[in-house]
Design a protein around this ligand. Structure first.
Ligand code: C2E
Ligand code: MG
Ligand code: MG
Length: 634
């Protein structure tokens, strides 16, 4: 009771002080709850029409018939308004709110006048039926229209006060009960309207708070990673249209960990709040600043050139490095390093942009603290390098796929080439061309190559068709880097016979024809492992290499056969190569057989083994003999 009285007082105050302060979102939500529903409206119309009909039957007067007619007109009018309101809401517009309110009030006034007529009737049944109708309708108005409380209260009064007036004018003793019941209902419903309105408002506020928390960091109030990603996606969408370019600044605090470790988390939180404030001040209204995680922040700077982005980064570094007063004797100092990428110059994909900004930041940190670094192609290699190092220790990230190599005579799968892929956590599946060069430059090629050897031997040992496995070995793994031990280990651990392993020396980096490399190749051959010269005759894979070491196989690079139909001399070069190979006892495989025409050329030139998409693509599960045969027979 007390709560109801309080909400009634609050509502009256609100009615007096009302000014339109609601946001469009709120108005849309509130009016949407009222304007788009038909059921209660139709139900109220049917009930009051039935009352009108009954009264006409009892009184045979003309006015209940007019009432009935008006009821139908109002119903049609309000349904048309609702259809319009629904359409407007779909387009996020308010719709015909004022007309709707006016028609609602007019309808309530009509009910009030009709109820007044009933209250003057000498027939107690008519008086009672009108009371029933008025109480029912004010309940319905409360339930339906509380999101627009002023209208609801006006409607309540319009339909009930004339009835009370009628009772007063034609008062009979038994009607005393109505004099209590109807006003009590009116007061109760007004209080309820206020209460319901408040609850709807609370719901809206809670919803907005939830939406805010989902996209904002509770410590600093800045947008969080989700908010940042949203904003970045929107900017990238616009980037294709109106907004020509923008910059992303990726920031990481220097010395923050020290603060947290020595002064505790409370001091750490305070530093983060202070840094956020300084960042917000520096970036101003046009840019967007966010806290991505821990001590990482990011800024999106619309319509900026690289020099404006660098100028902003310098201002941020200056502001952040100012001492932070900490209530203790000495202030805290932290710094910040910044990596910058420019859109679309450095990409148009959020993941790539973030990874490049991160690479630029990494470079800024590596060159000393408190510096700005703009992304440059090649920087992300350093990043890839450290990620590749982690991937080598992570069994889920590196994958070997197998591509069948068939005998051109029998169509049997005689071998399968192991081809490495990297399932990168951010960039998805990477082909070897994206990371083998990085591995070769950093010497990570040695552990990477060893991993591939072990994995390939283990897999091949399970194949039931006895096919050989061909593993690519970079020339950088040769020359005293433990390749012979690695091969011996892989064979011993997997139990694969040495005769079922072949290594392919590719052209990815120079094959140094030094005595150490020669000794390694010789030792591998001594174990019973075969050695192929890959990608012949490109780059370092040439006739001179054949002269230097007695390879077991030559793999002719895919482009060679493909150029035979267009360049007549290619065919005669391959023919000469075939007779040379025959003389030296070297087998020849043709790569890149993609069409029937390539297959026919390979057969015509007498090439021993065939590999290519026509026969089978590289895949995780090795292709069976039958499948490969079917493919090659196509
Ligand atoms: P590769 O040894 O010459 O391998 C053959 C490449 O040609 C593979 O590309 C294969 O997918 C592709 N290929 C096969 N059939 C066809 C075809 O019909 N048409 C065309 N257009 N291409 C075909 P992938 O897998 O991207 O490998 C590229 C290179 O990466 C390999 O060339 C090899 O040099 C290197 N590589 C792959 N795995 C390893 C590894 O484990 N270690 C080392 N060091 N290098 C590797
Ligand atoms: Mg190869
Ligand atoms: Mg090759």
């Amino acid at each position: 009771m007390r709560a109801q009285a309080q909400s009634l007082i609050r509502l009256l105050r609100w009615l007096v002080r009302h000014k339109r302060s609601s946001s469009t979102e709120q108005v849309l939500l509130m009016t949407g709850m009222v304007l788009t529903r038909t059921t209660s409206l139709v139900a109220a119309s049917i009930c009051s029409s039935l009352v009108a009909l009954e009264i006409w039957l009892r009184t045979q007067a003309i006015w209940p018939l007019i009432w009935l007619g008006l009821e139908a007109v109002f119903l049609v009018l309000r349904c048309v308004l609702i259809v319009n309101a629904r359409r407007a809401h779909r387009h996020r517009r308010e719709g015909p709110v004022l007309v709707y309110i006016a028609s609602g009030c007019a309808w309530a006034a009509m009910i009030g006048i009709a109820a007044f007529g009933c209250a003057l009737s000498p027939d107690p049944i008519v008086v009672l039926m009108a009371a029933l109708m008025v109480v029912g309708i004010i309940g319905g108005i409360t339930a339906r229209n509380s999101p627009i409380p002023r209208t609801a209260i006006l409607q309540l009064l319009l339909c009930s006060l004339p009835y009370m007036l009628g009772i007063a004018l034609n008062f009979q003793r038994w009607e005393i009960i109505l004099c209590i019941l109807v006003p009590a209902s009116i007061l109760g419903m007004i209080a309820l309207t206020g209460r319901l309105h408040e609850q709807v408002l609370n719901l809206i506020v809670a919803e907005r708070e939830n939406a805010f928390l989902a996209n904002h960091d509770s410590l600093t109030g800045l947008p969080n990673r989700a908010g940042f990603n949203d904003h970045l996606s929107r900017m990238l969408e616009r980037n294709g249209r109106a907004e020509p370019w923008f910059a992303m600044l990726y920031l990481d605090l220097d010395g923050f960990k020290g603060v947290n470790d020595t002064l505790g988390h409370a001091a750490g939180d305070m530093v983060l709040r202070a840094v956020s404030e300084r960042l917000t001040q520096q970036v101003g209204q046009d840019a967007f600043a966010a806290r991505l995680s821990g001590d990482e922040f990011a800024v999106l700077l619309p319509a900026s050139t690289i020099s404006t982005a660098e100028a902003l980064a310098a201002k941020i570094i200056e502001a952040v490095s100012q001492p932070i007063e900490f209530g203790a004797a000495w202030p805290i100092r932290v710094g910040v390093s910044v990596g910058i990428v420019s859109v679309p110059e450095h990409g148009h994909d959020p993941t790539i942009l973030l990874s490049r900004a991160d690479a630029a930041l990494y470079s800024a940190k590596a060159s000393g603290k408190g510096l700005v670094c703009l992304f440059q192609p090649g920087l992300d290699r350093r990043d890839l390098q450290s990620e590749l190092k982690e991937a080598i220790g992570n069994p889920d990230q590196l994958i070997l796929q197998y591509q069948p190599i068939i005998s051109s005579q029998t169509g049997e799968v005689v071998s399968r080439e192991a081809l490495i892929r990297w399932r990168h956590p951010r960039m998805g599946m990477l082909p070897p061309s994206e990371f083998i060069p990085v591995a070769e430059q950093s010497r990570l090629i040695v552990p990477l190559g060893e991993w591939a050897l072990h994995r390939a031997c283990r897999d091949a040992a399970t194949w039931t068709d006895g096919a050989t496995v061909a593993v690519n070995v970079s020339p950088r793994q040769l020359g005293g880097r433990g390749i012979t031990e690695a091969i011996a280990d892989a064979l011993a651990q997997s139990g694969l016979p040495a005769a079922r392993l072949e290594i392919e020396l590719g052209e990815t980096s120079p094959l140094a024809r030094t005595p150490e490399v020669f000794d390694d190749l010789n030792a591998i051959r001594q174990m019973g492992v075969r050695i192929a010269l890959d990608d012949f005759p490109t780059g370092y894979s040439s006739l001179a290499a054949l002269d230097w070491f007695p390879f077991d196989r030559i793999k002719i690079e895919g482009g060679v056969l493909r150029s035979v139909p267009h360049q007549r001399q290619t065919e005669s070069i391959v023919r000469n190569l075939m007779s040379l190979a025959q003389e030296l006892g070297i087998r020849v495989t043709a790569e890149g057989i993609e069409t029937e025409q390539h297959l026919a050329i390979a057969h015509r030139l007498g090439i021993d083994e065939l590999q290519g998409y026509l026969i089978g693509r590289p895949q995780a599960e090795p292709m069976s003999v039958q499948k490969a045969k079917r493919a090659s027979a196509k």
